[in-house]
Design a protein around this ligand. Structure first.
Ligand code: ADP
Length: 517
């Protein structure tokens, strides 16, 4: 079966050459037809209207006489007529001039070759399109965009706009400073490249629940180098016709703030700790003399009694216990006095690495028979501090002993000294013990806080450390702790603090001073 198309009804108007000529006249776009000699063969009414011309002023005239009212042809560099005569399509010229009212006019004159049935070019059809308004809009859009770009780039935070699928549509230049990305690098990436999925879901939830913009949400972003940094985010949906089409975030870098908060809380902790220790120091100073005499009495009389009794006397065991306990009490009093102002202070220039090394060899006995690997990393240059050698040595003895205790006979002790920031001399003592539980972190420097069994810990080791380091105007902190172990960090200034110098002077000038131990 052969399909037959329905036959079209006969056209109402029969097209002949005359009709074509009239159609040309009625073209709505200003148009002229040029012969090969650039003379106008036909002109549309719209063309005459546009330029306020009459047919006789156009037909038979050269194109540049019509357009430019000039006698000179357009320069060859801009005239596309010859190219169109050679059959090239899609050509256009730009005309720019001021109209009678002084307004700038821009026109695009499109040229297309006009051929006979054999394809021979007979002339060129030129249609004029007024693009003044489009150009004005384009210029004002460019200006608005530039202004908007400047505004967004001048904003303090990183501005990120994304569609609802998370594809990044825009970021401002601050992305480079905060996250290490050039804005162009982030085009085509998604928000998932900047923040973990879980975190983005949380932010989206917060935004959905808020029914409006949310401000000051604490979050984090991943930098180009993989570092995760704390940030604060202001968030909102981007709406079009009342419907959300994307999200807008303004991200503020919080690294400096977090650093300051850490400093503040550590300073606050140091103040609280110093207050506690100062109070305890005063108390210790008050009772030390009182306790020391009876303790000495108990020890001496106990020893005498033990000597008078036969070695196999049944009270020998009890007496030994009394003497040992009295000695333990005396040690505690000595520890207390170590960080109260009772010990004599001998200030000298010390190499911190040397002090730590001495402490390490003094505690060497603790490590004998243990499976503890000791790793050291000493600063290449001397780390000179002004301080009391004995007290500082005690600091590291306490830290190293605690590290050994934490590892229960097996692990790795790491001791490191180095030059820190702002002239601080640093020493670290790290272990591979079980770490300090979070809830104990605020207590470990408290006097008498211990988790060790009775008889094994006095809870004074870290208090002494704190007292000594504070008096040297240094800092002691738990650099890190967790199931992989704990690292304590000691930071000391190079110069002896004024208070310590004054104190050392008064101690040396005080004839009443006595060393207790
Ligand atoms: P003591 O050693 O007599 O208990 P310290 O003041 O030296 O007293 O220490 C207090 C507590 O801090 C310890 O009992 C322990 O719980 C904790 N601690 C100190 N150093 C470490 C460490 N390196 N690893 C784990 N916990 C520690």
């Amino acid at each position: 079966m052969v399909d037959t198309l329905p036959t079209a009804p006969p056209p109402m108007v029969q097209l002949n050459n005359q009709n074509y000529g009239r159609i040309f006249q009625f073209l709505p776009i200003p148009t002229i037809l040029l012969g090969p000699d650039k003379r106008v063969i036909a002109v549309s009414k719209s063309f005459l209207q546009r330029y306020g011309l009459t047919q006789d002023k156009v037909e038979g005239h050269l194109c540049y006489e019509v357009y430019r009212r000039g006698k000179q042809p357009c320069p060859l560099s801009v005239c596309r007529f010859s190219a169109a005569m050679q059959g090239q399509q899609g050509l256009f010229n730009l005309h720019e001039y001021k109209d009678s009212r002084g307004h700038r006019v821009m026109e695009e004159v499109h040229l297309s070759p006009f051929t006979d049935e054999s394809g021979k070019v007979l002339g060129v059809i030129e249609s004029v399109r007024d693009i003044s308004e489009a150009k004005r809009l384009e210029a004002s859009l460019t200006e608005t965009n530039e202004l908007l770009g400047c505004l967004l780039n001048s904003m303090l935070g990183v501005v990120v706009a994304a569609d609802l699928e998370g594809r990044i549509l825009f970021v401002n230049h601050n992305a480079q400073r905060v996250m290490g990305y050039q804005p162009e690098e982030l085009m085509g990436k998604t928000l998932w490249d900047l923040s973990p999925h879980e975190e983005l879901r949380r932010l989206r939830r917060i935004l959905d629940e808020s029914n409006g913009p949310v401000t000051g949400v604490r979050s984090q972003v991943t930098k180009k180098d993989g570092e995760i940094i704390p940030v604060q985010v202001n968030l909102n949906y981007i709406y079009r016709d009342g419907k959300p089409i994307g999200t807008l975030g303004i991200i503020r870098d919080q690294r400096e703030r977090a650093k300051m908060e850490r400093h503040l809380s550590s300073a606050r902790m140091q103040v609280v700790q110093s207050d506690k220790l100062a109070m305890l120091g005063r108390m210790a100073a008050g009772v030390a003399h009182e306790l020391n005499n009876p303790l000495t009495g108990i020890t001496i009389y106990g020893e005498l009694l033990r000597e008078h009794l036969p070695p196999d006397h049944h009270l020998q065991g009890d007496l030994t216990r009394i003497i040992e306990d009295a000695e333990r009490c005396r040690d505690i009093v000595r520890d207390l006095l170590d960080y109260s102002r009772q010990g004599t202070i001998q200030l000298e220039s010390l190499d911190l690495s040397q002090v730590v090394e001495e402490a390490l060899s003094l505690t060497h006995a603790d490590s004998l028979g243990l499976h503890v690997e000791v790793l050291t990393d000493w600063a290449p240059e001397p780390l000179i501090v002004q301080g009391d050698r004995q007290l500082l040595r005690q600091v590291f003895i306490n830290l190293i002993s605690n590290a050994f205790d934490a590892m229960h006979g097996r692990g790795k002790l790491t001791v490191r000294t180095y030059q820190g920031d702002e002239g601080m001399r640093c020493a670290e003592v790290g272990d591979t013990g079980a770490g300090i539980p979070r809830e104990y972190l605020v207590k470990v420097f408290d006097p008498f806080f211990t988790t060790k069994p009775p008889g094994q810990g006095t809870g004074l080791g870290l208090s002494v450390v704190f007292g000594v380091i504070s008096r040297h105007e240094g800092k002691i902190s738990v650099k890190q702790t967790g199931p992989q172990g704990t690292t304590f960090l000691v930071q000391l200034p190079a110069q002896a603090p004024k208070t310590l110098l004054e104190f050392a002077n008064t101690m040396h000038n005080d004839p009443e001073d006595e060393e207790i131990g």
